[in-house]
Design a protein around this ligand. Structure first.
Ligand code: GTP
Ligand code: MG
Length: 202
């Protein structure tokens, strides 16, 4: 078979939403309960096999802390795909994801494939996200900003972003949309496979 096609993928999203955890699950099939924040960015690679091709993903896992925001363009420039992650238990993280998506649409490769991923699905505490519609109001987003310094603490958290809310936004914006859990592995391989499939068509 021919040399695998190389694809540059960047992960973006608010601090502590689980970007590094998703990559660690995808690349090593591992999970760490207390993963340390990323400094700058991390680089990992993994292959994705489709029916009749292999794509080698060069994955740039960026740091979500605001002090690293100015570095992001270095990582999304020339990227063919972006995984923009939010935490389904934190409404403010979807707002941050939306602002990353706007930045990508303004500044990244115009053909970039973007996947919006709602992580920490294991904390949902419901079957389909339907019960959480109420929680995505501006008030709740502000309330969760206020406890931003407790972001790594997932103890007792439950869903704040309904599946339907995020999916509707993704559909109207032309993004892939998945919910996932780096902890259980649900939706993780699917995220990268969906991206590969969409790229393969181009
Ligand atoms: P930065 O590097 O600071 O931008 O954070 P990040 O987005 O890379 O988050 P990271 O992967 O470091 O995860 C933050 C915390 O959330 C860690 O304590 C993880 O163990 C936890 N975490 C990540 N993914 C999941 C998940 O799917 N479920 C649960 N319950 N916890 C998760
Ligand atoms: Mg990280």
């Amino acid at each position: 078979p021919a040399k695998p096609i190389q694809i540059k993928v960047v992960l973006l999203g608010e601090a502590a939403v689980g970007k590094s955890s998703l990559v660690l699950r995808f690349v090593n099939d591992e999970f760490q309960e207390n993963k340390e924040p990323t400094i700058g960015a991390a680089f990992l690679t993994q292959k994705v096999r489709l029916d009749d091709s292999v794509l080698k993903l060069d994955i740039w896992d960026t740091a979500g802390q605001e002090r690293f925001h100015s570095l992001a363009p270095m990582y999304y420039r020339n990227a063919q795909a972006a995984v923009v992650v939010y935490d389904i238990t934190r409404a403010s993280s979807l707002d941050r994801a939306k602002s990353w998506i706007k930045e990508l649409q303004r500044q990244a490769n115009p053909n970039i494939v973007i996947a919006l991923v709602g992580n920490k699905l294991d904390l949902a505490g419901d079957a389909d996200g339907a019960s959480a519609t109420k929680a995505t109001t501006a008030d709740d987003a502000e309330a969760s900003d206020a406890d931003a310094d407790e972001q790594a603490d997932t103890e007792g958290r439950s869903r704040q972003v309904a599946t339907a809310t995020a999916r509707a936004y993704a559909e109207e914006t032309g993004l892939l949309f998945l919910e996932a859990s780096a902890k259980t592995g649900e939706g993780v391989v699917e995220t990268f496979t969906e991206i590969a499939k969409k790229l393969d068509l181009n």
